[in-house]
Write a protein that binds this ligand. Structure first.
Ligand code: FEO
Length: 395
């Protein structure tokens, strides 16, 4: 897309990927995405912050055709959606120096064709003058990879945060105009790639507290001209506070598990517990990840396949284990035909989740009144656990 000014001398070059529906061959993108680069023109020197995914290289290279000189190319993050076009940029601008964090040097040179002598490591806190603008580098690790850094320009009170605060959203908007839409996309993004690193994100936010900024320019999605909106959202997502909610991924083969799950949803709702249920046969795994950000309890529903859980449940449990949400409680419900070790196997899949198991209900065949009574007991145990936990907001 054409160059668009976000501050005097700072232009956004957004490569908008309207049609992309999957990231890393894993993460659903219901609203597409964008890869943002920023051209910073100082009174003496010019810098380009990040590049774009090679698939959309023309979206970056075409708007640059009248830009004759770039002195610095800053790589905030070595993942190729931001770095993949850097080799072409280095050929286009032979005078440009590639700047990156100390951990990025190895990642960039092992993933991309970076010519010898073109890369320079910048230290955390280091400043480089462009004349009337200063690039100040801030190491912000693990948002998304260990090498990730941000750039702060004090003269413009602007922070360039790369994946941090980003949202997968294809849009023509320069700035956030529909906060609810961006909140949803940013939360989904946080859940999918950053949730396991809450402790480090807390430190990164503390570091950013020392900077006086009133704009955040991420490398995905629109620019925040009201940054408190997204910073406050991140503070809430990483806080110990949970919601009075259950995430309930399940699947059913011949209906028994489905009947149990529907009964349990109703039993929880009667007790004031909000439920996010996901039929894993059809669900959007990103939406499931997003609900794990706040929920206090995970309940897994599975039929039995070859004495273990259904493979789709394996996948969902493994994903929850990788994402390390802050939830405190768990339970397993399901059915079987002749024998089952589904409960033991699911429990073995989630060692990262430091949860209290509130109950298990495993029933042979079609659920009976006895199974429904057990599900009522489970719903009651969940409601009580939430009420007693000071970190669970029940209103
Ligand atoms: Fe947008 Fe981790 O790359």
């Amino acid at each position: 897309m054409h160059l668009r000014e976000i501050r005097r001398g700072i232009q956004l070059i957004a490569s908008v990927h309207w049609e992309r529906r999957l990231f890393d061959s894993l993460i659903p993108l219901p609203d597409g995405t964008s890869y943002n680069a920023y051209l910073v023109t100082g009174s003496e020197k010019t810098a380009l912050l990040d590049s774009t995914d090679p698939e959309l290289r023309h979206e970056l290279m075409d708007p640059l055709k009248n830009v004759e000189r770039v002195d610095y190319i800053v790589s905030h993050h070595a993942e190729q959606d931001h770095s993949g076009t850097i080799p072409e940029l280095l050929r286009r601008y032979p005078e440009a120096e590639l700047l990156c964090s100390s951990k990025a040097e190895d990642l960039l040179t092992s993933h991309l064709d970076i010519p010898e002598g073109r890369l320079r490591v910048v230290e955390d806190g280091e400043k480089i003058s462009l004349g009337n603008k200063t690039l100040q580098f801030v190491y912000t690790p693990w948002v998304h990879w260990p090498e990730t850094m941000s750039t702060y320009i004090p003269e413009d009170r602007c922070l360039f945060s790369c994946d941090f605060f980003g949202s997968h959203l294809a849009t023509t908007d320069i700035f956030v105009t529909h906060k609810a839409q961006v909140y949803e996309a940013a939360k989904r993004y946080y859940a999918e790639i950053m949730m396991p690193f809450r402790g480090i994100i807390h430190k990164n936010l503390q570091k950013l507290d020392a900077l006086d900024f009133d704009m955040i320019a991420p490398s995905h999605g629109p620019v925040y001209d009201d940054p408190a909106f997204i910073v406050d959202a991140y503070r809430e997502w990483i806080s110990p506070t949970m919601k009075n909610e259950v995430v309930l991924p399940y699947i059913s083969m011949h209906g028994s598990t489905g009947i149990m799950v529907k009964y349990l949803i109703d039993a929880l709702a009667k007790r004031g517990v909000r439920v996010h249920a996901f039929d894993l046969a059809v669900t959007d795994i990103g939406k499931l990840a997003m609900t794990l950000v706040d929920a206090a309890t995970l309940i897994v529903g599975t039929p039995t396949v070859h004495i273990g859980p259904h493979p789709a449940v394996y996948y969902a449990a493994h994903l929850a284990n990788l994402l390390r949400p802050k939830l405190k409680y768990a339970a397993i419900v399901g059915s079987y035909g002749w024998s089952s070790k589904a409960i033991e196997q699911i429990a073995g899949l989630i060692p990262n989740l430091k949860v209290d198991v509130l109950g298990t209900v495993l029933h042979k065949g079609v659920p009976t009144q006895e199974a429904f009574a057990q599900l009522d007991d489970l719903a009651q145990a969940v409601a009580h656990a939430h009420e007693r936990d000071e970190n669970v907001k029940t209103v």
